[in-house]
Design a protein around this ligand. Structure first.
Ligand code: NAP
Length: 360
């Protein structure tokens, strides 16, 4: 029996949300559904934090975000300047729930220590279990000792991917291979792309619609997909590190060399010719292009593939994620999981589901 089960506080659990960006802001209104079992006591960004051990008054967190964004002078007294170090108030302790809705390396490096302190950690930040292998192993060690770690939002924005892989293994099955479209952004970019229009225009549209990162190189590099594949592979029992994954980046030398937003935008046209040739070549064979992550045994690779229209990974549309899983049980035809796998709404809902599981 875990030592952590003895650490339940005899008061509503306190909740801390680190990160008030796209995902954090989408999470806040949804938290109301959880009261009174949980009390939001801390909200922080890398520059400020708003905290009250008795709970932030209704609406205070959202008001703090609006006011703090207007500038430090406009912020209410509950908002203090903060260095984003991840140091937590002494009153935030065992049994309390911490949500990491940032992409911070420094915070991800603290996950295992927070678990060791008895905190329940819920994360959308992939740098925890998708970062260096040693960090993943430290977190798993805490979980094996009974700590609670919710990472459903890190891959597929809450689609039951990680849960399915872990349940298969827990039931004695062995996951032999995985293949998937794991980036909602890249799924959107290649959905319906046949090379007849400039790919650069699609990228600009994705940024304008908020589907791609403000710096689209983050999506085009494949690094985000690499982290997601690492998380899935590790859940499937393959202890891979970043260097074990072969990644075909879509970045061109011009995009790699761009120094700011304006030069990145100008360099986007360098994508157009080569991708148009590949898309037209695929279309001539009745195929479509998809950016696919594959795990086969311990072999992992990510890249652009030309797939027949009827292929499981070519189905779905918009920002859908699609993952096929082969195991002893699913050896002839894979188990396929598909659905919206990106966006603030589904990601915040996935965090909320994990918060609920952490508190019941
Ligand atoms: N957006 C999506 O659709 C989506 C989907 C799935 C997963 N995710 C993941 O969810 C996480 C958040 O994404 P997002 O789109 O919300 O990012 P975002 O809009 O860039 O917001 C990030 C937030 O984290 C804060 N932050 C950074 N370092 C911090 C620190 N040391 N301490 C406290 N707060 C810190 C930032 O504060 P400052 O503004 O002060 O720097 C900002 O409020 C990322 O890991 C992302 O990969 C996002």
């Amino acid at each position: 029996m875990s030592a952590f089960l003895d650490l339940l506080p005899d008061r509503p659990r306190r909740l801390a949300v680190l990160g008030a960006g796209t995902v954090g802001r989408a999470l806040l209104p949804r938290l109301a559904a959880l009261e009174p079992t949980l009390s939001l006591c801390l909200l922080a960004t890398s520059r400020w934090r708003c905290a009250d051990p008795e709970g932030l008054p209704a609406g205070a967190a959202l008001a703090a975000i609006a006011l703090a964004q207007a500038g430090p002078d406009a912020a209410p007294d509950t908002v203090q300047a903060h260095d984003g170090s991840g140091d937590l108030p002494a009153w935030f302790g065992p049994g309390d729930v911490l949500v990491d809705a940032t992409a911070s390396e420094a915070l991800a490096a603290r996950h295992a220590r927070w678990l060791q302190r008895g905190l329940r950690v819920v994360t959308a930040n992939k740098l925890g279990v998708g970062g260096p292998l040693i960090r993943h192993q430290q977190v798993r060690r805490q979980v094996e000792n009974g700590a609670w770690y919710g990472d459903a939002a890190t891959v597929g924005a809450g689609l039951p991917l990680l849960r399915c892989v872990r349940d298969l293994r827990a039931g004695g099955d062995r996951v032999s291979a995985l293949a998937g479209v794991l980036s909602g952004t890249l799924a959107w970019l290649f959905d319906g792309y046949d090379g007849s229009t400039p790919f650069s225009a699609r990228v600009r549209e994705a940024v304008a619609l908020g589907y791609a990162e403000p710096d689209p190189r983050v999506d085009l590099s494949g690094e985000d997909v690499r982290r997601k594949l690492l998380i899935l592979a590790r859940a499937a029992g393959q202890p891979l590190d970043a260097g074990d994954v072969q990644v075909e980046s879509l970045l061109t030398p011009a995009l790699l060399g761009a120094r700011d937003a304006a030069s990145t935008d100008a360099a986007l046209v360098s994508l157009d010719h080569a991708l148009s040739v590949r898309a037209r070549d695929a279309a001539a064979r009745g195929n479509v292009l998809r950016y696919v992550a594959r795990l086969d045994g311990a072999h992992a690779r990510i890249g652009l593939e030309s797939l027949p229209l009827g292929h499981a990974l070519a189905q779905g549309g918009a920002c859908d994620n699609r993952v096929a899983i082969w195991s002893c049980r699913y050896d002839q035809r894979p188990l396929v999981i598909q659905g919206p796998g990106a966006g603030a709404g589904v990601t915040a809902a996935a965090l909320l589901d994990d918060i609920r599981r952490a508190t019941t």
